[in-house]
Write a protein that binds this ligand. Structure first.
Ligand SMILES: [Zn+2]
Ligand SMILES: [Zn+2]
Length: 139
């Protein structure tokens, strides 16, 4: 798969049988539909509903950034802010192919999700530890 930001080949990273596509140049990560939910579930953080479905219902954020194209269907993705004002900006394919996170954003998202549910903090450190190690996510 080709990185939507720098157009280079991405690497496939496997974690608990979930395959992610990771770009070594910009450190962005692509999740196919359902994979983010699997990652959160593997870490014991279960969402109440599919994350991608939620994102696609959220209003599109307006930013001066150039629109990125989905690495699967090559159409423009929508930019959505998750986690409120201080949240992270992610790109989602309108057809539901998947989600794109810029470098370090996955770790920020996991922090936002677990901040809402203090009992899940243990899983947070496991997933963030994994992300930090594999993706070298900034703290
Ligand atoms: Zn890239
Ligand atoms: Zn797509």
């Amino acid at each position: 798969m080709i990185c939507p930001v720098c157009k280079k080949d991405m690497f496939v990273v496997e974690y608990k049988q979930i395959e992610l596509d990771y770009c070594q140049s910009c450190r962005g990560v692509w999740f196919d539909a359902g994979e983010l939910e699997l990652l959160l579930e593997a870490g014991g953080i279960e969402g109440d509903k599919p994350f991608l479905g939620d994102v696609l219902k959220s209003p599109e954020a307006h930013t001066p950034e150039k629109k990125r194209k989905c690495p699967i269907c090559t159409r423009n993705m929508r930019e959505v802010m998750v986690g409120g004002e201080t949240g992270v900006m992610i790109d989602a394919c309108n057809r539901g192919d998947g989600l794109w996170f810029d470098g370090g954003e996955v770790a920020s998202l996991v922090k936002i999700i677990t901040a809402e549910s203090p009992e899940k903090r243990g899983s947070e450190s496991e997933i963030i530890g994994f992300l930090t190690e594999v993706f070298k996510a900034p703290q």
